[in-house]
Design a protein around this ligand. Structure first.
Ligand code: KIV
Ligand code: ZN
Length: 502
């Protein structure tokens, strides 16, 4: 009988450890909750030993998630395994993920260990981890550049010591689909007790083959795919979760039993991860890019109008993109908005619906039609903005002063006091941010990222500003939404400042 394929999400570990993708604790928790809604099987929440912050976030996620296994990565050392266990032990289903490199180049130059030492260390450390936890994954780092006969010995030792999942990573994105399929088949056929454990694949995308290689691994017999949302990760990234899952859904006869993923949560998860790391999908990005479902050429449009299946192998709705043409406007009431929010798949409290409705009404004064994208942006803004912000935005003005530059004046409310400051700088945003600094007096910080997105189409579209502030080794994200891009920029900046002034 076909076994269900499991999705192991490493967005918060392998994804987050890559430059430009760092997240703070509250962002990681928000992403973990969404991964649970997406119904991934395993969340690799971090690498507990790597920093106190990582330990804290793995522990918090382990305690906040109930429907997924929560794993922490550990090298083959007692300290790493102790930290991993201490971080995940509060989870409903904890896992320790131990790894050691097995390729000649890694063993000789990185580990400075002989092959015999690698086998012995594997057995010793898997057995050590097993004393804490029944669910142990062992990864042979750089497996695809390892000697298969040697790999067999290491994997056999790991299984005998108690590993329940064996992962064969393509650490440097070097393998090909045929080779990956053959590798998994070879291990399954040649290692006793292979039927008692699960094989897993973990592919990097250096040659653009991570998804193809992972799917080939599944065809070879692997039951777990390690991947990240939007394929974020080191260098060219990891395997994209959404592409793997939708490939299996589109060609269900080619793989085992489909993963339990709620595919309608894919688009929302992708957007959340992008907004947290301050990036956006590229236009032609499969499934989540702006053009992924657009048919512009006449021939294609003609075909799609005659029969959708001529050029469409999957629908935008299947990944949770709404194509509803019904729009809401200023005559729509709270019930209509609440019903639309529900149809879009959001489960908001009455209070959150109320807040979204207030923002919706404000928006209707500025924009004739409010689309689903607008509503989704308002919801994201409502659910993630802290209620007890220290400094609240009241108003702003900007005035050009010829050669002197631009004068920005800002008014904020702090407790019951209204404070107004002015600054004359190079440009509008620069002056407004400096005026805010005069009120808030934040510690020294830099603006790491500043992105402006249009939420829908047309001149009166909502503008979204996403930014990332760095203060020492910590980063804070801010998100602002308004039909006025300067106002959105202020909200984003203030949102980030309010976090680090707490
Ligand atoms: O790419 C890799 O080999 C890894 C392992 C630590 C699983 O990320
Ligand atoms: Zn990796």
């Amino acid at each position: 009988m076909a076994k269900r394929i499991k999705i192991f999400d490493t967005t918060l570990r392998d994804g987050e450890q890559s430059p430009g993708c760092t997240m703070n604790l509250s962002e990681k928790i928000e992403v973990a909750r969404q991964l649970e809604r997406l119904k991934v099987d395993v969340i690799e929440a971090g690498f507990a030993i790597s920093s106190p912050g990582d330990f804290e976030s793995v522990k918090t996620i382990a305690e906040s998630v109930s429907d997924c296994t929560v794993a922490s990565l550990a090298r083959c050392t007692v300290g790493d395994i102790d930290a991993a266990w201490n971080a995940v032990k509060g989870a409903a289903d904890p896992r320790i993920h131990v790894f050691l490199a097995t390729s000649p180049i890694h063993m000789q130059y990185k580990l400075r260990m002989t092959p015999e030492q690698v086998v012995a260390k594997t057995a010793e450390m898997v057995a050590y981890a097993k004393k804490y936890c029944s669910n142990i994954e062992f990864s042979c780092e750089d497996a695809t550049r390892s000697d298969w006969e040697f790999l067999k010995v290491v994997v056999d030792a790991a299984i005998k010591a108690g590993a329940t999942v064996i992962n064969l990573p393509d650490t440097v994105g070097y393998t090909t689909p045929a080779e990956m399929q053959a590798l998994i088949q070879y291990m399954m056929e040649n290692i006793p007790d292979s039927d008692k454990i699960e094989y897993s694949v973990h592919c990097h995308n250096d040659l653009g083959m991570a998804v193809a290689n992972s799917l080939a691994g599944v065809q070879g017999g692997a039951l777990q795919i390690e991947c990240t949302v939007n394929g974020i990760g080191e260098r060219a990234g990891n395997t994209s979760l959404e592409q793997c899952v939708m490939a299996m859904h589109t060609r269900p006869t080619l793989f085992g039993e489909l993963p339990r993923i709620d595919t309608k949560q894919i688009y929302r998860t992708s957007k959340l991860v992008y907004s947290v790391i301050g990036q956006t999908a590229y236009n032609t990005q499969p499934l989540v890019g702006a053009n992924a479902f657009a048919h512009e050429s006449g021939i294609h449009q003609h075909g799609v109008l005659a029969n959708k299946l001529t050029y469409e192998i999957l629908t935008p709705e299947s990944v949770g993109i709404s194509t509803n043409q019904l729009v809401l406007g200023k005559h729509s009431g709270k019930h209509a908005l609440a019903a639309r929010i529900k149809e879009l798949g959001y489960d908001l409290s009455d209070e959150q619906v109320g807040e979204t409705f207030t923002k919706f009404k404000d928006l209707c004064d500025k924009k004739k039609v409010v689309t689903d994208s607008d509503i989704e942006a308002l919801i994201t803004n409502t659910t993630s903005s802290p209620e007890d912000e220290r400094y609240k935005f009241v108003s702003f003005t900007v005035a050009t002063k010829g050669r002197q530059g631009v004068e920005g004046t800002i008014c904020l409310r702090h407790e019951d006091e209204f404070i107004e400051k002015t600054y004359c700088g190079d440009g509008s945003i620069d002056s407004l941010y400096a005026a805010i600094d005069k009120i808030v007096c934040p510690p020294e910080h830099t603006l790491d990222k500043f992105i402006i997105n249009a939420v829908s189409e047309g001149q009166e579209t909502l503008g979204e500003v996403i930014l990332k502030l760095r203060c020492g080794d910590k980063t804070y994200n801010g998100r602002g939404l308004s039909t006025d891009i300067m106002e959105a920029s202020i909200m984003a900046y203030l949102g980030a400042l309010n976090q680090f002034m707490d």
